[in-house]
Design a protein around this ligand. Sequence first.
Ligand code: G3H
Ligand code: 13P
Ligand code: NA
Ligand code: ZN
Length: 312
Amino acid sequence: GLTNTKEMFAKANKEGYAVPAFNFNNMEMAMAIVEACAEMGSPVILQCSKGALKYMGADVAPLLAKAAVDRARNMGSDIPVALHLDHGPDLETVKTCIEAGFSSVMIDGSHYDFAKNIQVSKEVVDYAHQFDVSVEAELGVLAGIEDDVKAESHTYTNPDEVEEFVTKTGVDSLAIAIGTSHGAHKFKPGEDPKLRLDILKEIERRIPGFPIVLHGSSAVPKQYTDMIKQYGGEVKDAIGIPDSELRKAASSAVAKINVDTDGRLAFTAAIRRVLGTSPKEFDPRKYLGAAKEEMKAYYKTKIVDVFGSEGA
Ligand code: G3H
Ligand code: 13P
Ligand code: NA
Ligand code: ZN
């Protein structure tokens, strides 16, 4: 069945890799993610945002995750699989997800002040831990779009706050802001997309071994933005987080790295390619099948280039 993230993170940090956390919105994405991870022998966190939950339904989303476990087992793989609520806004949503069978949740109180963030995060921890569900919280503000919340500017996580935050809340992992951001427009071409690994290092010094999470870690691959444009789509020129920066983070206390945008770009690029090259095609299996395979292939390379979680 589905597992929480506690053992996954302990093993990841002991062995110097990070667990991939990929968002899914439908059957093709869930299967692309689990097949990629099963073929690479990597643990995996299937992430579902509140918007994704609404799109699929609280009845369907957990069934896809359970089917993903079955798919891995049918492929002869025993990788651990977690179903995680991404950017949970409140205890209400957390309760719905735990009821539906999620094994892990995030409570995102990063837009609140420090005291309120501690309060809402602790409330979720006290509830979720009764069901052995692991909890991620966030300290610091990422730039970019999270659901319908758009932060114009970011605030790096303050290392002085992390020890008090994790002690008072009892969370199992902590998302931090060190220069990543959500969405496809992270940096403009020509900008130097560096992470503040010095802040990460200082945070590690304050809470040694504690599992750290990076959101907003897509690379925004040029091959996919080019393909989207080639087949009539519009996408701004932008660059994401380089694999090399993330690889350094993965070998540290960063135990989970979130990627959504790259999968969306791969998925969309493949659909546009199929429909652009085969204008008579109207069998959804042809373009959704191609989208699934593209996403799967991309995530397999990402596991090696960024996460280091293959064969874990
Ligand atoms: O961080 C947010 C994720 O990319 C999910 O996005 O709310 O559009 O599903 P979404
Ligand atoms: P990206 O938009 O960089 O893929 O980030 C996804 C994310 O952080 C999901 O929580
Ligand atoms: Na790590
Ligand atoms: Zn996020």
